[in-house]
Design a binder for this molecule. Structure first.
Ligand SMILES: [Zn+2]
Length: 270
């Protein structure tokens, strides 16, 4: 596949990088990334991946755009209120870059549909806002042997980790089980600074890009935490022993996907 003149210009700042080059840009154009959640994290991740020329981007979300979303979900505009988030996101991504094919899934991910969905993609971004979805995405990615980026945000804090099969702990290795229902405040209850989605969602896009082009070191085996009020980033090394994990360990006890019943919560264990 040769680049068109337009593509050479569009991706010139990538192609000039020795870590990307024409080869890396072609990898991006051939890559398929699934973003689950078109909200605070998914919005910037989707926009940067579309701009980067990731050829196929899937986006799954069951919600419609609400006025209270617009403070942080920058892929949606005031005129999109009431529209399915996946449709609004698709329009923005296609406007940024016509090279990108956007596939929309206007649905909740559940134990019934998630495996078929993740199997179609090379890398998955967890942009959800609740623990049941986060554990479901983790377990599905472990079972389907797919790499994914986990993230969560609340108030002025965020966290991030990357799972690559066979190369380090999964989300369940670290966090075991969802916290008890209502034990953790939701973003709606606790608030979240809008730019936090930009910081952490952009880092998720960065992990996806590095994975696709095969450059640099991924956040596997580490949890990155960010405290914006102190402007601190901490990269915490995670235990490397995955043998006893209930899903990715040597003798998994979780062999089927679980739909946890829980109120919406933020998905941050800070
Ligand atoms: Zn594990």
């Amino acid at each position: 596949m040769a680049f068109s003149n337009e593509q050479l210009e569009r991706y010139s700042r990538h192609i000039i990088l020795k870590e990307v080059g024409a080869k890396g840009q072609k990898k991006l154009l051939n890559a398929k990334v699934l973003i689950i959640g078109a909200g605070g994290l998914g919005a910037p991740a989707a926009m940067y991946l579309a701009a980067a020329g990731v050829g196929t981007i899937g986006i799954a979300d069951a919600d419609e755009v609400d006025l209270s979303n617009l403070q942080r979900q920058i892929i949606h505009s005031t005129q999109d209120i009431g529209k399915p988030k996946v449709e609004s996101a698709k329009e923005t991504m296609e406007a940024i870059n016509p090279d990108v094919t956007v596939k929309t899934y206007h649905t909740f991910v559940t134990s019934e549909n998630i495996l078929d969905l993740v199997k179609k993609y090379d890398f998955i971004i967890d942009g959800t806002d609740n623990f049941p979805a986060k554990f479901l995405i983790n377990d599905a990615c472990v079972m389907a042997k797919k790499p994914f980026s986990h993230a969560g945000i609340i108030r002025f804090k965020g966290q991030l980790m990357t799972y690559v099969p066979g190369e380090g702990p999964c989300y369940r290795c670290v966090f075991k089980n969802p916290p008890p229902k209502d034990a953790v405040p939701t973003c709606k209850q606790a608030g979240v600074i809008g730019a936090m989605g930009g910081v952490i969602g952009s880092l998720q896009a960065m992990e996806a890009i590095k994975y696709i082009i095969g450059q640099g070191e991924l956040l596997t085996g580490y949890l990155l935490t960010h405290d914006a009020l102190k402007m601190e980033f901490r990269k915490v090394k995670l235990p490397s022993d995955t043998h006893n994990c209930a899903v990715c360990g040597d003798h998994p006890t979780i062999t089927e996907l679980i739909d946890y019943e829980q109120a919406e919560c933020d998905g941050v264990h800070l």
